[in-house]
Write a protein of this length. Structure first.
Length: 132
């Protein structure tokens, strides 16, 4: 009978081999907690809570689900119109019946002079902080 403990010669895979870091994000997220307008082909236009964001993604809270790989857009109210397209990567239903959705930045419209994600991130933060 072989043993799979430390120091053994048996190299059998275990669940620990598949567990990575709990935080797989490429960038640190900034908590926001403000209402934003979300546009999607499925649900047209609806309000959402922007839970947090990073240069590469957002987490929003919606009353209706968006399936993985679905796309939606956020409109930024800055000095000129900017639309950010996101692709849903994951979602789950909260205990309160809302849907927490994580999405990755896919495209930027209306800001050809700001191609880097750090500039877009600052625009999202500024727009979410703006109290129009």
């Amino acid at each position: 009978m072989s043993q799979n403990g430390p120091g053994s010669d048996n190299k059998a895979l275990t669940l620990d081999d598949f567990r990575g870091s709990a935080n797989r994000r490429r960038n640190e997220r900034k908590p926001i907690g403000r209402t934003v307008r979300v546009y999607s082909p499925e649900h047209k236009s609806q309000n959402a809570i922007l839970c947090d964001c990073s240069p590469n993604g957002v987490c929003i809270l919606l009353s209706k689900p968006l399936q993985a790989d679905a796309q939606f857009m956020l409109k930024l109210k800055t000095d000129r119109l900017r639309m950010l397209a996101y692709t849903v990567r994951w979602w789950w239903k909260t205990a309160e019946g809302h849907f927490r959705i994580g999405a990755e930045l896919s495209a930027v419209f209306g800001a050809p002079d700001e191609p880097d994600t750090e500039s877009i991130f600052r625009s999202v933060i500024d727009a979410a902080s703006d109290k129009h």
